[in-house]
Ligand binder design. Structure first.
Ligand code: NAD
Ligand code: MN
Length: 368
């Protein structure tokens, strides 16, 4: 019997809409899979919660989450609450407290989806974004002299241990998945303290511990151009928090958009729960219309099952997504169709049910 406790945080805007579809798909798996149970608990920590309680989550929110095997997250962001509050009071504390220092983001061409790049076929790489330190720190401040003269200092925090663990995670993944090359994003020509430390340790770790891997180090400004010009040449990309954030939205753009891009915030040691969420935000421009693409969220749920040791079920979900896209009958607006969020979720669920039916059919053939 595999049983998992899952904390579900739909959040704001389309987060709530796409989460419903991910839960639909998970329920289908639970119905058809023997000995597989997800104990899901819903947490309405959102901008509405903030407006009512003056905080994004209860004081003991992190303690509560700690007892779960994984967190499935939607998206947050609402015009009535400053973005830095929604992010720094909900997502960041979860990522930092639970040492989810690996942000894993696959970038993969999908059947039936045309990349905006003319040479966009067969893109298949992954981004390992450092997720716990780096440029996204609240260290620094503003010095106010007068209305005309103000200064802001924003500190980047990089540590040997922090760099080492993300680079190792990327290299381990590369070795396990038969990849040959790791690309490191840098800017040590201009950001001379933190990025030089990054470069030195990346080079040392790969040279000493992963001799079979080729390391290339590319300045971030050139790298974004290469993402567009020759995305097929990348296998595993490792980047700091800020660079990885930008690269993964770009990566998402070159394979068909934010509606298709999942992500995993992982604590590899499994000492704390990991969190799975789409790359996209709450999309206020389309929220409430029921037209958001739920694939990014559903795929994030697949990454969650993979992390929990059920790669078989993760594969079932990804197969179903690919089958629906290949058929091309059900498409949401972002990928050129007019299906609703719910229709897409149902189509993927139906493909999962078909996979079970096929299996049963084959099994019955063996017995008759
Ligand atoms: P966004 O990802 O919400 O939207 C960018 C564009 O992509 C919009 O045009 C949107 O309609 C489209 N889009 C996004 N997801 C889609 C989907 N599933 N299907 C179809 N179209 C989709 O980014 P933004 O507009 O920069 O930010 C909006 C809000 O989301 C802000 O408040 C921001 O802070 C927040 N945000 C939150 C997260 C998070 O929760 N992790 C991440 C990014 C942005
Ligand atoms: Mn982002």
């Amino acid at each position: 019997m595999t049983e998992f406790k899952i904390a579900v945080i739909p959040g704001d805007g389309i987060g709530v809409e796409v989460m419903e579809e991910a839960l639909k798909v998970l329920s289908v798996l639970e119905e058809h899979e023997q000995n597989f149970v997800l104990h899901k608990e819903n947490f309405e920590w959102s901008s509405d919660y903030y407006l009512e309680h003056g905080r994004m989550m209860p004081e003991d929110g992190l303690v509560t989450l700690q007892s779960y095997n994984a967190i499935l997250f939607g998206a947050i962001g609402d015009a009535r609450v400053p973005d830095d509050i929604t992010i720094w009071e909900l997502i960041m504390p979860i990522r930092k407290q639970f040492q989810q220092y690996v942000n894993f983001r696959p970038v993969k061409s999908l059947p039936g989806i045309t990349s905006p790049l003319s040479n966009g076929d067969d893109i298949d790489f992954v981004i390992f974004r450092e997720n716990a330190e780096g440029e996204y720190s609240n260290s620094g401040g503003r010095m106010f002299e007068s209305q005309q003269s103000e200064m802001a200092i924003q500190n980047t925090i990089m540590t040997t241990a922090g760099i080492e663990r993300i680079v190792k995670a990327a290299c381990e993944y590369a070795e396990k998945n038969g990849k040959k090359k790791v690309t490191s994003a840098t800017k040590s020509n201009a950001i001379i303290h933190s990025m030089k430390l990054w470069d030195e340790h990346v080079k040392r770790i790969v040279k000493n511990e992963y001799q079979n891997l080729i390391l290339e180090s590319i300045y971030i400004d050139a790298l974004v151009a290469y993402f567009v010009q020759r995305p097929q040449s990348f296998e595993v990309v490792v980047a700091s928090n800020l660079f990885g954030d930008i690269l993964s939205d770009l990566g998402s753009g070159i394979v068909g958009g934010l509606g298709l891009s999942p992500s995993a915030n992982i604590n590899p040691e499994k000492q704390f729960p990991s969190m799975f969420e789409p790359v996209h935000g709450s999309a206020p421009d389309i929220a409430g219309k029921g037209i958001a693409n739920p694939i990014a969220q559903i795929w994030s749920a697949a990454l969650m099952l993979d992390h929990l040791g059920r790669e078989d079920l993760s594969t079932k979900i990804i197969n179903a997504i690919e089958l629906v896209l290949l058929e091309g009958k059900i498409k949401t607006a972002d990928i050129g169709g007019n299906a609703t969020t719910a229709q897409m979720g149902s189509a993927i669920s139906a493909k999962i049910i078909e996979q079970y039916a096929l299996k049963e059919n084959e099994e019955s053939k063996i017995w008759t």
